[in-house]
Design a protein around this ligand. Sequence first.
Ligand SMILES: Nc1nc2c(c(=O)[nH]1)N[C@H]1C(S)=C(S)[C@@H](COP(=O)(O)OP(=O)(O)OC[C@H]3O[C@@H](n4cnc5c(=O)[nH]c(N)nc54)[C@H](O)[C@@H]3O)O[C@H]1N2
Ligand SMILES: Nc1nc2c(c(=O)[nH]1)N[C@H]1C(S)=C(S)[C@@H](COP(=O)(O)OP(=O)(O)OC[C@H]3O[C@@H](n4cnc5c(=O)[nH]c(N)nc54)[C@H](O)[C@@H]3O)O[C@H]1N2
Ligand code: SF4
Ligand SMILES: [Mo]
Length: 680
Amino acid sequence: MRNAHEKKIVKTTCPRDCYDACGILAVVRGGKVSKVLGDPDHRRAQGALCAKCALAYNGVWLDPEQRLQSPLKRIGAKGEARFKTVTWEEALGDIAARLRMIRDGAGSHTVLHTHYTGTCSLLAGNFPTRFFNRLGATEVDPDTVCNKAGHDALRMMFGNSFYGFDPLSGEDAQCLVIWGANPSASAPHVHKNWLPDVKKNAKVIVVDPIRHETAQMADLHLQLRPGSDALLAFAILHVLNRTGKLDAEFIEKHVTGWNEIHSEIASLDMDSVADRTGVPREAIERAAEWYGAGRSLIWLGQGVQRQTKGGNIVRSVGLLPTGTGNLGRLGTGILYMNAPPARGVNMDWLNAGHLRPASPHPATVSHMQLAEVLENEKQSQALFTWNNNIAASSPEQRRLKQALRRDDLFHVAVDIFPADTTTFADYVLPAASFLEFDDLVLSYFDYTVSAQVKATEPLGNSLPNQEIFRRLARAMGFEDEELQAGDAELISELLGQVGCQLDFQALAGVGTVQWRDQKINHFEGGAFPTPSGRVEVASSTWESAGMPRAPQAIADERPGCGRLRVLSPADKWLMNSSYANDKRIADRLGAQTVWVNPADAARLSLVAGQKVIVRNEVGELVVTLGVSDTVPSDVALLPKGRWPSLDEDGANVNVLNAGMTSDLGESSAVHSIEVEVVAA
Ligand SMILES: Nc1nc2c(c(=O)[nH]1)N[C@H]1C(S)=C(S)[C@@H](COP(=O)(O)OP(=O)(O)OC[C@H]3O[C@@H](n4cnc5c(=O)[nH]c(N)nc54)[C@H](O)[C@@H]3O)O[C@H]1N2
Ligand SMILES: Nc1nc2c(c(=O)[nH]1)N[C@H]1C(S)=C(S)[C@@H](COP(=O)(O)OP(=O)(O)OC[C@H]3O[C@@H](n4cnc5c(=O)[nH]c(N)nc54)[C@H](O)[C@@H]3O)O[C@H]1N2
Ligand code: SF4
Ligand SMILES: [Mo]
């Protein structure tokens, strides 16, 4: 018997979809986690969790009443949330039988699976795809709901979107531009503990329609209109060209296609730029002066590319480091994300892509088509949702929920909580939380390697994602060794791939290590892994992707007819849709609120605190009105991530989201939605 007072402290890592990847201390008493704290040894966390995790990890995540503890089988109508508890054997046996039937009938490609950011540790975030590859299921491409346009644009331009500047090289820069990211919400410790250090030597410029907390602490905030970034980037280049700050030698040596944009840069009509971007000319001049003065970094957020012209925006912003030679040296470069492949992880091995049977059917569909595909029984016989709460996060919310009610759609949802999406499932499978199994976490900001360490046994009958899919593979009779490899073996292989000097036990002892002893200098010496070996500003690669050969100096039109452009970025109290079910977080979130500029409120004869209807062609939402001058005119700020079922209207911002795509990668253009706001 364990002594109920026996206390130990386990170092582990937060695996949420967050730049920070904080070190955590789990206090364990009598075998149970009693408290979750920030690790003082962790460079970013510095001993504190973010406000949301401090509440949720010590609230809903430790509350057995709130968690899923056993497999559930539907006994009510779809969406009614009436289930009975069943054993793993019964659930997995039944699911396997149904999958075999589908495979032998309509075909495995009619099994869809959606997954994303529920947990981002390497095994729990990826292992299940091995199963779906072996089955030949259709993957709903996860990045299409988040950042695919940016990935595609950076890959075509620089040859790689998975690695960027090393945040440790912040000290080598004289200027940092944070373009379309809001670390004060999406990377709270980077905001609190990294930015102030960078700011000691560097001018910080924020480019964002919203004057959020990071914009407020910047030396310069370019508060542009949504979707006008490409024109703004060209305008900054115009000034750099005029002041002789473009690096002709670098362009000559490392760039292809600059000549196709040079005259447009030189002849740009600066008088119309201020009008179309909303940014005063002096501010553009100053930004160019600071960016062109020496070594400069650009942190390119994920919010900026969720626009109908998101690909064009990203390639246009990419012209700044390209034209000034701010690449290949410490203190220069661009960061979109530092993903696992940048530290040597072989994603194809991790996902066992080779197990995929040859098939005439496409391997993926876009999240933007999800509702349509789920309405059609020829395209979808079964759906697995894991690490992903589509009823809250995906577009066309009403239509999607209607499609999830389809009686003949066999739906299996894997989650740690009963969430909006699990309500519609035929089977709900309980996942173990990150405190309950070993794994690895690779921050997508810092070049670090961290251990996620088991602090306690999985709650009830829950199992880690990877174990659920090992068991389902056995129930299907899949004998491939890739589907049975154990966690310890996989973790050890991964540590080998990243070239970590420590084994898992040693890593667990320290929590986080820096990947390499020295700072990482991406694109060192101007080595760009594109077909030409150069930065491809204009090339046939772009044309093959359906884009203009060269970037365009364009800006979106302002919304007409008194409409507002909705922005729905990260909320500081939520992690995507996670935590909305925590009581103390719900209290802090308050009523669902749309924020508008005082001038728009006055124009619409609306006052703060009143109920308003936000509506467009696809849906409507009743929310409270907030008025704030941090939001520019023509914009309505309505952050993402609330649980539809917990709000009075049964919907969140995605009920207004028609699933519009950007110009690249069939990726989400969710920040291009327009609405009207009227009194309720
Ligand atoms: N309007 C609007 N919508 C958006 C966005 C936007 O900007 N605006 N952003 C989009 C973006 S960027 C993203 S990445 C997506 C994210 O959308 P989702 O992938 O839905 O994100 P989460 O809510 O983090 O995670 C989904 C679920 O995973 C569960 N989960 C947590 N841990 C585990 C685990 O260990 N195992 C399993 N099986 N489940 C677990 C959580 O309880 C949660 O229900 O949302 C997109 N939706
Ligand atoms: N607290 C919290 N943290 C999170 C998440 C969360 O939901 N909550 N989500 C996680 C996920 S999935 C992701 S992808 C990351 C995303 O984190 P970030 O990369 O910071 O991206 P977003 O929060 O989506 O949007 C950032 C900013 O883009 C701005 N933006 C919108 N349109 C435009 C535009 O046209 N031009 C410019 N310049 N800016 C624009 C928004 O105003 C917003 O301030 O955060 C992660 N971290
Ligand atoms: S969500 Fe981000 S800031 Fe919060 S504890 Fe996890 S890693 Fe740290
Ligand atoms: Mo995301």
